[in-house]
Write a protein of this length. Structure first.
Length: 335
């Protein structure tokens, strides 16, 4: 298992990583029905892109590329789920926050998980912090050639829990990859979110057949609206702050570079790992698209397809953040 040790300061890092890699025979699904339409939000609070960002990419183009990854990977079982997601730049009031996803809620009671319920009952909008200029806006986000080779990591049982690409040169190693952030936030918007009485409240979810990784227990936490995370034990919570950081790093060695981990480090790109995908499918009720129908990213060699762009085999590690741009995630729900 590969991992990165904790840094002396900051929080746990959140990188960007690879994806489907061996979706296995169990990851079958009927004709794809999930659709995600993205558009630029207008009106109150919307601001121009911050000055000084790196790259020539546009917010909407990056959103469309990220949406294509999710629709290539997930199937809603014929429910016909359609999402209309708006994206925008806005001042989020806290420089440590990268992005915030707002979703509507279902009626007034418990929120039932499932693509039909979520798709019909929310109108997500994703806001990216215009108060930060440390963004990399990739003009071709389905091509990770600006980064180093894809790396993979597994947990102690050999399960793929993430994959990421790390920038090897400045200035890319000091900025936040918008494509990674967009993938993460769209994932929340289409259902990987702490609704009332959700698996996040239970501290985890067990993957069931016919999904790959049957029996795998994915650790979940309600932090920041719902993420893959192993929280501190009561004993660890009594430690001094630096020791708490180290303990959290050790707890999450196999998850700290999952797409749905709760924080991100500068200079890294992620895609959904297999673990991210099966966790999403189990929590929300999606199926996985037959891997034979999609491009499988293998070690970063292939990444883009005009027909079906999809993630690849996973990797995971951990790093700490500090001045380089540790980012917090905030998720809000409105009634």
């Amino acid at each position: 298992m590969r991992g990165r040790g904790p840094l002396a300061s900051g929080a746990l890092a959140w990188a960007l990583a690879g994806a489907i890699g061996g979706l296995a025979a169990g990851s079958v699904g009927p004709a794809q029905a999930l659709s995600i339409d993205v558009s630029l939000k207008t009106g109150t609070g919307v601001e121009a892109a911050p000055a000084g960002v790196l790259g020539a990419g546009a917010l909407l183009d990056i959103a469309e590329a990220a949406a294509s990854v999710w629709t290539a990977a997930l199937d809603d079982g014929g429910a016909g789920t359609s999402f209309d997601i708006e994206v925008a730049w806005g001042d989020l009031g806290d420089a440590s926050v990268i992005a915030t996803t707002y979703v509507g809620t279902v009626g007034g009671g418990a929120k039932a998980a499932g693509p039909a319920v979520i798709g019909a009952s929310t109108s997500p909008s994703i806001w990216f912090n215009s108060a930060r200029s440390d963004w990399f806006m990739d003009a071709d986000p389905l091509d990770p050639s600006e980064f180093g080779a894809a790396e993979t990591i597994e947990d102690g049982a050999g399960n793929v829990t993430g994959q990421f690409f790390v920038a090897e040169t400045s200035p890319l190693d000091g900025v936040l990859d918008m494509f990674t952030v967009m993938l993460h936030e769209i994932g929340h918007a289409i259902g990987f979110l702490d609704y009332t009485n959700s698996p996040f409240d239970d501290g985890g979810v067990t993957i069931a057949a016919p999904l790959p990784m049957e029996g795998y227990e994915v650790p979940l936490d309600t932090i920041g609206g719902g993420h893959v995370f192993v929280p501190l034990t009561p004993e660890q919570e009594s430690l001094p702050p630096l020791q708490q950081l180290i303990a959290a790093a050790q707890n999450n060695e196999a998850y700290s570079h999952a797409l749905f981990f709760h924080s991100i480090a500068a200079g890294e790109r992620r895609l959904p790992s297999l673990m991210d995908l099966v966790a999403m499918a189990q929590v929300v009720g999606y199926e996985l698209v037959d891997p034979d129908a999609a491009l499988i990213l293998a070690g970063g060699e292939a990444y883009a397809s005009a027909e079906v762009p999809v993630p690849a085999a996973g990797l995971l590690a951990l790093s700490g953040l500090g001045a380089l741009g540790i980012a917090g995630w905030r998720r809000r729900r409105r009634g």
